[in-house]
Design a protein around this ligand. Sequence first.
Ligand SMILES: [Cu+2]
Length: 315
Amino acid sequence: MQLLRRCAAFLPGWYRALALLVLLAPHAWADGAGGVVARPRPWQIDLQPGYSPTMRDLIWLNDWIVTPIIVVIVALVAVLVGYALWRFNEKRNPVPSRITHNPPLEIAWTVIPALILIGMAIPSFRLVFFQNRTSDPYMTIDVTGHQWYWEYKYPGQGNLDFISSIIPANQLKPGQYRLLSVNHPLVLPVGKNIRVLQTSGDVIHSFFVPSLGMQRYAIPGQTIETWVRIDQPGTFYGECNQICGLNHHEMPIEVQAVPLPQFLAWAKLAAKEQAENGTVPPVSAVASVGTTGRAALSKVAEVTHRPVVSPGKGD
Ligand SMILES: [Cu+2]
């Protein structure tokens, strides 16, 4: 398994190679200057690249277990149907056979698919348990779905608690994306195991960030756990993917991952600002905290969204 995994890192998935051939991939996933920008792309035919251990494993499962099995089954069924059309049409086979049962064949076509399913279930369940929780979280984030916005709480960071709403299409600034950018992104540190607890204040939502391999229902009255460890700085977009009412499409998720010192500085500043005047500064407010940067910090502590990374060059 480990060897196969190593090989997989060097060999592209067969359809990713196909995408390269049709010249989609080379520019499709270009990163921004200051970090990755993970979001859906025009003409995307593959999963988004993974930036967490969970998503990398999901991609591996998709590329090396699920897709090859699907390809073999589709090819086999296509060949069998083609052969049946050719061999048993009325002209070639005027008197059809009246056999209705063939026990060995029936046992085979029951047992073989069952074995395939068991073979797929083993790595799938391992991944489900892996995704389920982390034993060693650095911090916890509480995510609450509302009609139609997300609420993020940082219980370990002075009970910082803010609302993250979509930026309307007519108010987008350069580097922001329609139906994806929000006024207050979820800011997280890079390289730390983060426990994410989801719930809802009204109906069922779903917290879904594809490039981080996070997807969990947000259900009223329940708390559902997952976790994430983000590999590198960047901006990671997602959406509520449980149809939750009229403005379901207007509750995107924007995660900004920054180095730990920057996260800690931002969390401290944000908790202070929120307690004092109810505002939450963007993470870029602490991007260049130096010995003389303190005075400048208070000036930018306004409710504005400034991306921590520049927009991708390939966009
Ligand atoms: Cu929703």
